[in-house]
Write a protein of this length. Structure first.
Length: 264
């Protein structure tokens, strides 16, 4: 990772300070010799800080989401590993990500402090925070459903990050669409009707909206989820693949609406 070298050359997890720095510091304390805890007095630049905060919050909060209903299932562990695979993490980076996940599961994990600091570090970039929430929703749906404990926790996370319930519902529709209708196989009629309803929710337009409004909504969403723009806002470059997958789901939703309307 671009910011990883700055982290190692800086203060090995303490550069962020606060709850995020404490969590990362605890993890890194198990990975590296205490004698090299500070190789220099340098801190990473602001962009690297955002990337580091995103990485740390993503895996630690993912651990809390997995544990909130009492036990962590294999599907949830498998999803965390899938995210690490998609990010092409090195062995050292994977160990740190796993350590963050485990810290998030611990009873003394400071969830509210972590979320508050992540929101500050992200400079309230809504699109970046929404990408974070999409990943947490995917983690919650890893076992096939969203239970009451998981939904309650995720709504709490949204509130802490300043994400509205409307945005939460929209993000959940995107995750469900990818899970239920990701296959290219032609769906049954009942499933097709549900798929179309989810597609409208993803585009955030009503069924009676005009074609021009549908196109405008699609372009707006594609612009918001453009990987390069998200990286510029602080998304770690290794998460570009995840962002790209989101644009593909938005495009599939748009194609479903186009086909139903006979749009060109």
């Amino acid at each position: 990772m671009n910011w990883w070298g700055k982290l190692i050359a800086g203060t090995l997890g303490f550069v962020l300070g606060g709850p995020l720095g404490a969590v990362l510091g605890l993890v890194l304390g198990h990975q590296f010799d205490k004698g090299v805890a500070r190789l220099t007095g340098n801190s990473p630049d602001d962009h690297a800080r955002v990337q580091l905060a995103f990485f740390s919050a993503t895996f630690s909060v993912m651990g809390r989401v997995a544990k909130v209903d009492g036990r962590v299932c294999e599907d949830e562990i498998g999803f965390a590993r899938t995210v690490m695979d998609r990010m092409a993490l090195s062995d050292d980076q994977r160990r740190v990500a796993i350590g963050l996940f485990n810290q998030g599961k611990s009873p003394d994990f400071d969830l509210d402090g972590t979320l508050a600091q992540f929101r500050r570090e992200s400079r309230h970039r809504l699109h970046l925070l929404q990408m974070f929430m999409e990943i947490q929703l995917q983690a919650a749906y890893a076992d096939g459903s969203l239970n009451d404990a998981e939904r309650s926790l995720l709504l709490h996370v949204c509130e802490a990050l300043g994400i509205s319930r409307h945005h939460f519902d929209h993000l959940e529709a995107l995750v469900r669409f990818a899970r239920d209708f990701g296959s290219s196989a032609p769906p049954r009629q009942a499933a097709s009707d549900q798929r179309l309803a989810e597609a409208y929710r993803i585009l955030d337009v009503k069924r009676d909206a005009g074609d021009a409004e549908v196109k405008k909504a699609y372009r707006r969403l594609m612009n918001q989820h453009h990987p390069d723009k998200l990286v510029a806002k602080g998304l770690p470059e290794e998460m570009v693949r995840l962002a790209t997958e989101k644009t593909q789901e938005i495009k599939r939703a748009y194609e479903a609406v186009k086909a139903a309307r006979g749009m060109r």
